[in-house]
Design a protein around this ligand. Structure first.
Ligand code: COA
Length: 297
């Protein structure tokens, strides 16, 4: 077996392997897409190096058959790598190939990256064993929820409450609410921003910021609700539900095919809210981490 950097010419074989494995809970990686086109786009856009930054395991010959794949997505703020894999072809060689890819992946990271995350279907003993063996700590499970956009619920709010896209003057209040609600999140508060594919929708009572939802249209055209928070004093008045309804509306306007999100399995308040808004659970996924303690969603 040989471990080397992925090349553009590996793309078709890697996409075929990922798509086949993503369909099986025993191999399913929470961060990876499942459709061929979406997987190809995703691998090209993971940071910082796209396709040329990932690793493949191949049979001894340089152009030998593909044995496994490990995608790297890392950042300096937070200083973290999100492992998109390992995805292994032969279950009988799973541990050997996965460990070799992981060792090579660690060697590719700059010393500044001190935190690691893995995220896999709760039914995967292979991935749980891998994470435990390499010193990751298991975090509470997250439910992956999804919903269609055929009907958007109407959620009435008090007359003095409005929901509108993030304005420059909201940035400080939103960053503070975000960082106190989701310490150590994959995006820090001051980097929450709008873009062609992303919106932060802000709830205000009068002029005071009382909540926000961060939503995006992913490369596979699925909507994704990334963060939702309401200030503690304003909870229980329907603001959270109204923000989710506004996010669903934005996704529908953008032509998204559906919407999904992840929420801590034990976050009863948020789960009740999503239940009322007709989200359904598709999977429980387990986050594993090293080098940090973070609040999950
Ligand atoms: C989850 C969260 C956003 C909900 O915000 P919220 O504004 O309180 O949400 P809602 O008011 O729409 O719904 C919450 C509760 O208030 C109740 N409620 C809604 N409207 C109400 C009203 N007019 N009067 C009284 N109660 C009301 C709902 O029934 C619901 O109760 P339940 O959980 O027992 O079913 C908020 O609790 C929060 O910021 N939590 C921390 C961050 C978090 O967990 N985010 C979600 C994960 S991404």
């Amino acid at each position: 077996m040989k471990i080397r950097l992925m090349r553009p010419s590996d793309l078709d074989a890697v996409v075929a392997l990922v798509v086949a494995r993503q369909a099986d809970p025993v191999h399913h990686i929470g961060y990876l897409d499942a459709e061929p086109q979406a997987v190809a786009s995703q691998l090209a856009t993971l940071e910082p190096d796209g396709i040329g930054g990932h690793l493949v395991a191949v049979e001894e010959a340089d152009d030998g058959a593909l044995l496994g794949f490990l995608g790297l997505d890392w950042d300096n703020e937070p200083p973290r790598v999100w492992w998109h894999g390992p995805v292994i072809a032969d279950v009988n060689q799973w541990d050997v190939v996965a460990d070799a890819l992981y060792v090579a992946g660690l060697a590719r990271l700059p010393a500044t990256v001190t935190e690691q995350e893995l995220f896999h279907d709760a039914r995967s003993g292979l991935l749980a064993g891998f994470a435990a063996r390499h010193g990751f700590t298991r975090e509470p499970g997250s439910a992956v929820l999804e919903r269609s956009l055929t009907d958007i619920p109407s959620v009435p709010v008090a007359e003095d409450v409005s929901i509108a896209p993030l304005a420059p003057t909201d940035r400080q209040a939103i960053a503070t609410l975000h960082d106190t609600t989701f310490p150590g999140a994959h995006v820090p508060g001051h980097r929450l921003s709008a873009g062609e594919r992303r919106r932060v929708l802000v709830a205000r009572r009068g002029t005071t910021v009382i909540g926000y939802v961060a939503v995006e249209r992913q490369l596979d055209d699925e909507g994704y609700i990334d963060f939702l928070a309401v200030t503690a004093a304003q909870r229980g008045a329907g603001i959270g539900a109204a923000l989710v309804a506004a996010a669903l509306g934005w996704c529908r306007e953008r032509g998204c095919t559906g919407v999904h999100l992840t929420v801590r399995e034990q976050n009863g308040t948020a789960r009740a809210l999503y239940d009322r808004l007709d989200f359904i659970e598709t999977m429980i996924a387990i986050p594993w981490r090293t080098g940090t303690t973070m609040a999950g969603h």
